[in-house]
Design a protein around this ligand. Structure first.
Ligand code: UDP
Length: 238
């Protein structure tokens, strides 16, 4: 595989063409942003660390028969991934109430609901990424009811595997965001990172936040805490 020119650059990733039409290299940047880019920073080594964590997690999911776009790690901050047709919705899976759900429903962070919660969000930053439901998603032609059912089934399976993995690392999976794509044969594939940038992770003993809330809420020690997550996962998976 040869890495070729830059195809796209976003706030936290770069996507490079390769000499194979159905493969891209995704590179993780040190840049971080929150609140629609209003708060920004460059956190030294963040690209390498989030790539490391996301590679371990996606490899674990692949090994547990969950289809992901991840093929292999490329260098410190890159992943060779399958090209998929991206579906512009986010699924947010919640095991513990936090963040926007706590705010929207006037609930305290930390409440554990009886059931797992799945939110559907339309990726339209010009509209503020609105919360939508299944019927909206079908009506605007994003995906079919059958695909939605499959997407929730995969999201639940991913949640179970993440809880199991992080449990061994002494970490509670509070919530996370995932996006999907369609492979050439139409099957759904997880096409996203899974790292402290996209998951809320709380230390089981101390309740310490080990995720992007450290940056969003100015809690400090962002890099050190991400490193700690990576180290714990390495210990679990070695
Ligand atoms: N999340 C994300 N990207 C987004 C929005 C949310 O990765 O654009 C993640 C976020 O890190 C958290 C989960 O999705 O783990 C739920 O986020 P929430 O809806 O509570 O929004 P927030 O509090 O981040 O505004």
């Amino acid at each position: 595989m040869r890495e070729l020119e830059l195809l796209y650059e976003g706030k936290s990733k770069q996507i490079y063409k390769t000499d194979s039409d159905d493969r891209v290299v995704i590179r993780f940047k040190d840049d971080t942003s929150a609140f629609y880019g209003i708060k920004r920073a460059n956190i030294e080594q963040k690209g390498r660390i989030t790539c490391d964590i996301s590679s371990m997690v996606l490899e674990y999911l692949n090994a547990n028969n969950i289809n992901t776009h991840f093929i292999e790690r490329v260098g410190d901050d890159g992943q060779l991934c399958r090209v998929v047709e991206h579906i512009p919705v986010e699924v947010i899976v919640r095991n513990v109430v936090a963040g926007s759900m706590a705010k929207r429903l006037g609930m305290d962070e930390g409440i554990i609901p009886e059931n797992t919660i799945f939110d559907l969000v339309l990726r339209r930053s010009d509209l503020g990424d609105p919360l939508i439901n299944d019927h909206h998603a079908v009506a605007i032609g994003l995906l079919s009811y059958d695909e939605l059912a499959k997407m929730y089934e995969m999201s639940a399976a991913i949640n179970n595997r993440l809880i199991e993995l992080y449990e061994k690392a002494g970490i509670t999976v509070v919530d996370f965001k995932i996006e999907f794509g369609r492979a050439a044969d139409g099957t759904l594939v997880l096409a996203d990172e899974l790292s402290p940038d996209t998951c809320r992770l709380w230390d089981k003993e101390t309740g310490e936040r080990m995720d992007k809330d450290r940056f969003r809420r100015d809690l400090g020690r962002v890099r050190e805490t991400y490193e700690e997550v990576a180290q714990r996962l390495h210990n679990v998976l070695k």
